[in-house]
Design a protein around this ligand. Structure first.
Ligand code: FMN
Length: 188
């Protein structure tokens, strides 16, 4: 089958949506982010790319630490809202329950079943984006999501919930949100 050239499109399809949290001017703030990636497993490294003008970006640059909060489809309205209003105009810290992390004073959203506490190792500006590569110093996962009888200390991969149970929000370049649909197809 022939393929059509699309031009320069970052066609990575789909991505999971996260809420990046940071303290900005002494207040917790959150931004909806699709441009988030794993950079390594051991040590645990992640990267996020934020528009340099976002309010959240200032928090990451100033404090060099941030949270990644993984929402589920139940939080879709909030996620969409946080992606369309700026902390410059709206105090988003009042719209969700949150607490500071255990290792870093980064804001963790209570209703997100998983949260990461991240310390920035490297950052830089590329065109209009500021990217941050960070080490995950601590991860939190809601207790009831662990598979029954599993001990995450021994074997994390078999303790983690099925993705359909976790129910993350996926996003595609067609401007739609999706949920995970299918069965696992093979062990990796
Ligand atoms: C689905 C979705 C994905 C988004 N992904 C990103 C992203 O990866 N990087 C980014 O800088 N902004 C992204 N945004 C836009 C920001 O979330 C939005 O501009 C937000 O209002 C910034 O808030 P702040 O000014 O309080 O930081 C996304 C928005 C939506 C709705």
């Amino acid at each position: 089958m022939n393929k059509k050239r699309l031009g320069p499109v970052p066609l990575l399809y789909p991505v999971s949506i996260v809420l990046v949290g940071a303290m900005v001017d002494g207040r917790a703030n959150f931004a909806t982010v699709g441009d988030c990636a794993i950079m390594g497993i051991r040590p645990a490294l992640v990267a996020v790319s934020l528009h340099e003008g976002h309010f959240t970006t200032r928090g990451l640059r100033d404090r060099r630490e941030f949270s990644i909060n993984l929402p589920t489809t139940a939080q879709l309205a909030l996620v969409d809202h946080f992606g369309h209003v700026s902390g410059r105009d709206v105090d988003k810290s009042r719209l969700v329950a949150w607490r500071p992390g255990d290792v870093l004073p980064v804001p963790l959203i209570d209703d997100c079943p998983a949260n990461l506490e991240c310390r920035v190792l490297q950052d830089g500006t590329v065109q209009h984006r500021h990217f941050f590569v960070a080490e995950v110093l601590e991860a939190h996962l809601r207790e009831d999501l662990f598979r029954t009888g599993a001990s995450p200390e021994k074997e994390l991969s078999s303790a983690l919930p099925d993705l359909r149970t976790f129910d993350p929000i996926l996003y595609a370049l067609d401007d739609h949100y999706y949920r995970v649909g299918g069965e696992p197809i093979a062990a990796g």
